[in-house]
Ligand binder design. Structure first.
Ligand code: AMP
Ligand code: ZN
Length: 493
């Protein structure tokens, strides 16, 4: 039976401001959409933190046996510098500065994003759609919103009519903003805007002659507004209503508020059951950000090449450091903090490594099932990874007590402890034991040396059938044996 039938998850829903029992729209299936990166520069550690929070949520849901469709997009058009409507596209700007095609910028930083996430052992999402690949879908949504009376065209651009929408719906329900306050607090500075109200946002923008990224549409040659892509891609792959929508806290307003408005204006109902927002990674107490330069790159952590780092850190240590904070808390990066995480991570891995050598007893003096359930309880409580990690250290304590003979566990309980620990450490938290993979290489080499010694003995005994069999079967596995003056050597392919 699937584990989720016995575990009840509660998710903090940003829309209600409360923890709510998680109940997917279709039993056993979960649809989850997470806003992906805007690929105009290298992914920084702050971005990685948000994506890692959702990687662990994805992993846990899968661990519980849910069939999850996880969609995380690539923003390759429409995101304007400073997150506003007027101005240059972030990708178009880089292309202009570097005198390359916008798609060369997109390709370079998409590859960087994938490489870094792979190094950090992220699971790839089920679908990774791009905004430029969904221009037609975006145009169709705009047509529908215009037909429904919630958008208007001016000079080739189309804007969402926030004031009109707010007469029948609630603009501001996610971010807690009040439209009357917004109107009272804003002035249209140049007075020449195409918008009826400054709160209105672009669904389609007519491209100025110098704007490189442009597509034909019923209104003008132009490009879609930033918020629209996520509405188009989430509903295309997950349906008009789906379970979880995530992103960083800074996307709540205006991005996600506008997504809700677009969906309601298009289909008449709210798209998402649970809105989830991950908190920021800070450096020197300030948000890490691409545009301000207050950031650190994951690659610099792996090599240690940054003046604030005393050494290099393995990808799993970076994961462990991030997961020691709850996804809704701010986490400040510092060399000392990650050094402390490295110590903790090593202690956990060392304890896990001694588990197979622990002696089994006839009776258990510790309740392993209760400990196991506390691991699930931690993750069921709004994916509380720091509490889970505290439970993993409780297991370290248990292992040490059994090792020293102060507590006893039966064979079955030892197996349960080992199975549960490896499930949470490797499958749910996505950590890897870099040392143990080099250890397994050592083991493989030891086994090959042993086979070579046996082959030499067979040859000395003139048992050529056996010696040839060893050589041929190793060869079939991609392990080539060479006999030379210095003895027999091997190469691994
Ligand atoms: P962007 O590529 O700027 O669109 O951002 C990609 C994701 O990273 C979004 O979900 C942002 O909310 C998130 N993000 C940006 N800066 C930070 C930060 N300092 N800490 C955590 N998440 C961040
Ligand atoms: Zn988005």
């Amino acid at each position: 039976m699937e584990l989720y039938k016995n575990q009840q998850i509660e998710i903090y829903n940003s829309l209600s401001g409360k923890k709510e029992v998680f109940k997917p729209l279709h039993e056993g299936n979960v649809g989850m959409y997470v806003c992906g990166p805007t690929v105009y520069s290298n992914v920084h550690l702050g971005n990685v933190r948000t994506f890692m929070s959702f990687d662990v949520i994805y992993r846990y849901l899968k661990h519980l046996g849910y069939k999850v469709r996880y969609v995380r997009n690539i923003t390759d058009v429409g995101h304007i510098v400073d997150d506003v409507d007027d101005g240059e596209d972030k990708i178009g700007r880089m292309a202009r500065l570097e005198k390359v095609e916008p798609m060369e910028i997109v390709q370079r930083y998409t590859v960087d994003f994938h490489t870094i996430l792979h190094q950090l052992n992220f699971l790839p999402p089920s679908i990774e759609p791009t905004a430029t690949g969904h221009i037609i879908e975006q145009i169709e949504i705009i047509k529908q919103i215009i037909d429904n009376g919630f958008a208007y065209e001016t000079n080739g651009s189309v804007y969402f009519d926030v004031v009109k929408f707010n007469e029948t719906n609630h603009y501001g329900k996610l971010s807690g903003r009040n439209i009357d306050d917004m109107i009272a607090n804003t002035r249209d500075l140049d007075g020449q805007s195409d918008k009826k109200n400054p709160q209105d946002f672009a669904l389609w923008k007519k491209a100025e002659p110098e704007h490189i990224m442009r597509w034909p549409s019923p209104w003008s040659d132009g490009f879609p507004g930033w918020h629209l892509e996520c509405t188009a891609m989430s509903t295309k792959y997950l349906g008009n209503q789906f379970d979880i929508h995530g992103g960083g806290m800074d996307l709540k307003f205006p991005h996600h508020e506008c997504e809700i408005a677009q969906n309601e204006a298009c289909t008449g109902h709210s798209p998402v059951t649970y809105w989830m927002h991950a908190n920021m990674l800070t450096l020197n107490g300030k948000k890490m950000s691409k545009s301000t330069g207050n950031n650190i790159l994951p690659g610099e952590l792996f090599t240690g090449e940054n003046s604030i780092l005393s050494k290099a850190f393995a990808p799993s240590v970076v994961r462990f450091f991030m997961l020691q904070a709850h996804y809704r808390s701010i986490l400040d990066f510092s060399n000392d903090a990650i050094l402390a995480s490295e110590k903790g991570f090593n202690r956990l891995m060392e304890a896990f490594a001694v588990l197979p050598s622990l002696p089994a007893s006839n009776t258990s003096t510790i309740a392993i099932q209760a400990w196991k359930q506390s691991c699930y309880d931690a993750m069921n409580d709004d994916f509380n990874s720091p509490i889970l990690i505290a439970q993993l250290f409780e297991a370290v304590r248990i292992i040490n007590l059994v090792k020293e003979g102060n507590e006893q566990l039966t064979k079955a309980d030892l197996n349960e402890l080992s199975h549960t620990l490896s499930g949470f450490i490797f499958d749910v938290l996505g950590l890897t034991d870099e040392k143990s993979s080099s250890k397994s290489n050592d083991k493989l080499e030891g086994v090959i040396e042993l086979l070579i010694a046996m082959r030499n003995e067979a040859r000395a005994n003139k048992n050529f059938a056996l010696s040839d069999q060893i050589r041929d079967q190793l060869d079939a596995l991609g392990i080539q044996i060479k006999d030379g003056k210095e003895g027999t050597t091997f190469t691994l392919n």
